[in-house]
Design a protein around this ligand. Structure first.
Ligand code: EPZ
Length: 415
């Protein structure tokens, strides 16, 4: 199994470019199935989650090919609406394919996406919304079967601003009859990106980025060429790694306001952040100071940056209190960090981090995508060699991190 070998203690310095957002590209690929015309999604990193989603589309008869980093999608010969378990278990967030498949075929079949390392990941909000639009949902033996004579718009209320459920209903509503209004919708930038993408295909969606999204059904959608939003979590991960090594870096292809909660916290940690158009400059402070975090739906602090910030807090002066409010078991990185000399106690959904001067290299294991990213941050700070196992978790969401960190001066190898 592939591993990362990191010899820590070097300040990260230099410049990199942020990729397109994994969590935007995935729903855009689902939306691309709603037209028979060619769709070009530009600057798509071939990370494992994107590869998994492309495999699902190909299984359903969609032609997908890379031209450089651009993904060309042609769904004109799409012939199936049944996602095999072997593929949906690889990518639980493929559940928002349900909305797209019902829009196109008035039918959809998928396996109940299993939980993962960060929580149960229920889809009750997705299914409740689809039922309100006229979808009959059968669940048995771990399979979900959806059928609808027609999709009709209406008022949908979410108990929680779920990102995936918001995207699923948008995809089910875009070709439905009448108006769908989603209340308490997720406000994440990737939801806004899906709105822009659908509108560039001739859809009529408004309000994304606020808690009320309105979708007026249209008869058909046409092809488009689209560059997704930057990956705010990838960019955030590199900024945190720079802070944890006392370095200074710049990242281009960013939209800083979309990660303002993180940038604010990094300033609390005494980093100096300057912005210039799409470039974020980070200069580490002389001492790293502790901070407190509550993960919240956007625009609150993003849960996908929690693990990386726990690693930064581990080498910051003082006590940091980090509470994970979104997922129920998203602290599996803590045990690994403590193996590297961190001093972290977890009680329910709160991590209490007592900062130490520096960590020491060790053999550790990635248990999930962002937990693996946290181990990279820790390894870059640590004295000595850190070996990170099970790095496929990291490669689900980060494009060639070994290369990008080497460009910033890290002693970082992939075996
Ligand atoms: C998306 O997951 C992201 N994934 C996640 O990123 C991200 O952590 C999450 O949003 C929150 O920002 C993609 O976009 C592909 P949710 P999603 O539905 O849609 C509960 C990463 O690291 N919930 O907003 O699954 C759920 O259990 C990944 O890139 C229900 O109870 O997130 C969780 O506690 C990890 N019922 C909370 O809502 C439902 O029907 C947030 O889930 C749906 C969700």
């Amino acid at each position: 199994m592939a591993k990362y070998i990191i010899r820590g203690g070097k300040k990260l310095e230099g410049k990199i470019e942020a990729e397109s957002a994994k969590n935007a590209v995935l729903p855009l690929l689902a939306a691309a199935c709603l037209t028979d015309e060619e769709v070009i999604i530009k600057n798509c990193p071939p990370i494992l989650d994107v590869v998994s989603m492309v495999n699902i589309l190909k299984e359903l008869g969609v032609k997908v090919r890379y031209e450089g980093k651009n993904l060309i999608v042609d769904a004109s010969s799409m012939h199936s609406y049944s996602i095999p378990y072997s593929l949906s278990k690889e990518l639980r967030s493929s559940v928002f394919m349900l909305g797209a498949l019902i829009s196109r075929f008035k039918s959809a079949e998928a396996s109940y996406p299993g939980g993962c390392d960060i929580g149960l990941r229920p889809i009750d909000l997705h299914l409740a919304g689809l039922k309100q639009m006229g979808v009959r949902v059968g669940e048995f033996g771990g399979e979900i079967v959806c059928k609808a004579d027609k999709l009709t718009g209406g008022d949908i209320y979410f108990d929680f601003p779920s990102v995936g459920a918001t995207e699923n209903i948008m995809l089910a509503a875009v070709l439905a009859e009448g108006r769908t209004v989603i209340h308490n919708a997720a406000k994440e930038p990737e939801v806004e990106d899906l709105q822009q993408f659908i509108n560039s295909m001739g859809g009529k969606v408004s309000g994304a980025g606020s808690s009320v999204i309105t979708v007026d059904g249209v008869k058909r959608l046409h092809g488009t060429e689209y560059k997704p939003i930057f990956d705010r979590i990838e960019a955030g991960t590199y900024l945190v790694a720079a802070a944890a090594t006392g370095g200074n870096i710049e990242i281009s292809n960013c939209n800083p306001e979309k990660i303002s909660a993180l940038l604010h916290k990094l300033c609390e940690n005494t980093c100096k952040i300057t912005l210039n158009n799409d470039i974020i400059y980070l200069k580490s402070g002389s001492v790293r100071k502790s901070f407190n975090i509550e993960t919240l739906p956007y625009p609150g602090f993003p849960t996908d940056m929690q693990a990386q910030m726990v690693a930064l807090a581990a080498v910051s002066n003082g006590i940091s209190v980090i509470r994970e409010n979104i997922f129920e078991t998203r602290f599996r990185h803590v045990r690994e960090l403590n193996r590297m000399g961190a001093n972290i106690v977890v009680k329910d959904r709160v991590a209490i981090v007592s900062g130490v001067k520096e960590l020491s290299g060790a053999k550790v294991t990635a248990h999930d995508l962002r937990g693996g990213a946290a181990l990279i941050v820790a390894g870059l700070n640590a004295r000595g060699v850190t070996v990170i196992d099970d790095i496929r978790h990291v490669e689900r969401g980060y494009y060639k991190p070994e290369e990008k960190f080497r460009m910033l001066g890290a002693d970082f190898e992939k075996l």
